[in-house]
Design a protein around this ligand. Structure first.
Ligand SMILES: [Zn+2]
Length: 445
């Protein structure tokens, strides 16, 4: 019998699971790691691909088209001056004079003294710009200064006219982009939650100014449906409206989609009404007119932008937290990741009951690969129970066992991760069966 887990998992447990099973490694691990930077291992890479795919699919809507962009990671200083990042993208920083540890002044209780050494002897608070600055080529100087992008959005704004004039799209439409961003965080923390190199999945939705408030609300609802569709517990997801003094300089209205982590409600996606701020700024700074001509009114106007920006790694961490359970199966403890089948890194694991049945299992494996499924073979000599347990721990929804009977009845045993129930399925129907669970995408399959 399965007993649902009562306790919520600790961050340490997740970090260790991620490393043990090849989801996430510390970057440059053999050299001792690097603070706030991580590498994604084979399973983590598969899962991230699935997250991106689910996100992109979820952007489809009945209001207008969505096209994709892959912008550069480097951009010249001019872009970041126009966007406001050179001037305003900083965190308040403070140092302990005694032990030289550095903190974010807005994130530390200064009256309690240094969290590291306990002394209460602080420097002044200084602004620390979080962008990574570098030089292009061998010549130093303002013209060669560029930055690793601190957000993916600017590449979209800068390319707005290029996309509009080449892609047969018209307002309203969206440009979506998934890619890396870089922020030199003073204090990276909570594993994948606050990193210095991270991934964003953003859509910028361009629309007529008078429609922007309605679109903002529609996008909030649309984005919430996504979290439900990928099986995240609805009681752990909430929308939080930004207060007036929290609003970014460009935003007319902004909400955070938050998840209840063990360390509190934290943002996993930001949805903002950016108005005409970005396109206006880039028009003014570049001298290129980014306004759009309205065929009906015969007037030019600057489109408004609704942005929905997901932290891919935060969503990855959310999915791990939300799907991690410890329970008991036939008197034995197990760890199980009840990840939605569409997100799970491996959809099915094929297992010959004994080694000498490996050949037909290899055939099934290759057929599944050709059918575009992410699958594995476990033909180790371990007991079936033990092999099940290994797959449970990485969230594989289906284990498929080929036994002696399979030779006669041309069926295999499909064992379900969440319920541990088993059923016999005809081999000729197996690929359709697996695909149907991937399109349904329901947890507890
Ligand atoms: Zn100190």
């Amino acid at each position: 019998m399965i007993k649902p887990s009562e306790t919520s998992v600790s961050l340490e447990t997740l970090v260790s699971l991620c490393k043990r099973r090849g989801f996430v490694f510390p970057a440059a691990d053999i050299y001792g790691g690097i603070n706030g930077v991580y590498d994604f291992g084979p399973l983590g890479t598969l899962m991230k691909k699935n997250i991106r795919k689910a996100w992109l699919t979820s952007l489809e809507n009945k209001w207008g088209s969505v096209v994709e962009l892959e912008g550069s990671l480097l951009a010249p200083e001019a872009v970041w001056k126009a966007s406001g990042h050179v001037e305003g993208f900083h965190d308040p920083m403070i140092d302990c004079k005694n032990c030289k540890h550095r903190y974010r002044a807005d994130d530390t209780d200064l009256s309690k003294g240094c969290p590291h050494c306990g002394k209460n002897d602080w420097t002044e608070v200084r602004n620390f710009n979080m962008m990574f600055k570098t030089q292009l080529g061998a010549l130093e100087g303002a013209s060669s200064t560029c930055y690793l992008r601190p957000e993916t959005a600017q590449a979209i704004f800068v390319n707005f006219k290029n996309v509009l004039s080449t892609c047969r799209v018209k307002v309203p439409f969206g440009i979506a982009q998934a890619g890396k961003s870089f922020r030199n965080e003073i204090t990276p923390k909570q594993f994948l939650f606050r990193m210095r190199e991270f991934e964003q999945m953003e859509i910028e939705w361009f629309c007529k100014p008078e429609t922007s408030n309605d679109f903002l609300q529609q996008w909030i609802d649309h984005r919430l449906a996504f979290y439900k569709a990928i099986g995240i517990s609805s009681e752990k997801i909430r929308v939080r409206e930004h207060t007036k003094d929290e609003l970014a300089h460009y935003a007319a209205r902004c909400v955070d989609v938050e998840y209840l982590f063990p360390f509190g409600w934290k943002e996993i996606e930001g949805i903002a009404h950016r108005g005409a701020f970005d396109l206006t700024q880039h028009s003014n700074h570049s001298g290129k007119d980014l306004a759009v001509f309205d065929e009906e009114t015969k007037e030019s106007y600057m489109p408004h932008v609704v942005e929905a920006s997901v932290g891919t790694d935060r969503l990855f961490l959310t999915l791990l937290y939300d799907s991690y359970f410890e329970d008991e199966v036939e008197g034995e403890k197990r760890i199980v990741l009840k990840i939605d089948p569409t997100i799970a890194p491996i959809t099915a694991a094929f297992m010959p009951l004994v080694k000498k049945l490996s050949e037909p299992v290899e055939k099934l494996y290759h057929a599944a690969k050709r059918a575009g499924l992410s699958v594995q073979v476990d033909d180790s000599g371990a007991s079936i129970g033990k092999r099940y347990r290994r797959q449970d721990e990485i969230g594989t929804p289906f284990c498929i066992t080929y036994d002696f009977e399979s030779e006669q009845d041309h069926c295999v045993t499909v064992r379900h991760r969440d319920t541990t129930k088993q059923e016999r399925i005809a081999i000729e129907k197996l690929m359709d069966y697996l695909h149907s669970h991937l399109t349904k995408g329901t947890r507890n399959a």
